[in-house]
Design a binder for this molecule. Structure first.
Ligand code: SME
Length: 155
């Protein structure tokens, strides 16, 4: 049974309280989040490194060539450069989109941040056009917020 978003957030809060290491928390969150919707065909985390490069962390779905993405490149790098979440209803209409899977139609990037500090991002791809409605975006934002707490603890 997939966890609800409430359960997933509570689970991550518990892992933080138990001082579980960050890598394990990220891995768990990605696997659980992926299962919360049949629309999620690829779910992963890119972590932002000090050299302004995003590096692929844990993910569920097909392996991707895009293990490193520069800030400003693709949808993922643009989200960091513009310091905002990006919901793309149809990736075929985005000029600088970096394709991972030819079947992907929509993509959601939600930053994992505390104020001005961006730690990482959640990236989700769907084979469906406009897969990410407002409720889904809010749900993913809640998961990103609790993961930001996990990063902030390390800082
Ligand atoms: N599509 C992303 C690249 C990452 S893959 O979707 C996993 C982008 O344009 O940045």
């Amino acid at each position: 049974m997939p966890l609800s978003i409430d359960e997933l957030v509570a689970h991550v809060e518990r892992l933080i309280a138990e001082q579980v290491e960050l890598a394990t928390i990220l891995e768990t969150a990605v696997h659980e989040l992926h299962q919360t919707s049949p629309r999620f065909d690829w779910t992963g985390i890119y972590e932002l490194f000090p050299d302004n490069v995003l590096r692929l962390g844990p993910f569920v779905g097909a392996p991707t060539d895009h293990v490193f993405i520069g800030v400003g490149k693709g949808v993922c790098g643009t989200a960091v450069a513009e310091r905002r979440n990006i919901n793309v209803p149809d990736v075929r209409e985005v000029e600088n989109y970096l394709a991972c899977d030819a079947n992907t139609r929509s993509e959601l990037v939600v930053l994992i941040r505390a104020g001005e500090t961006i730690f990482a991002q959640i990236d989700i791809d769907s084979h469906r056009i406009a897969a990410f409605d407002e409720q889904t975006v809010r749900d993913v934002e809640r998961v990103a917020a609790v993961l930001a707490d996990a990063y902030a603890r390390e800082a």
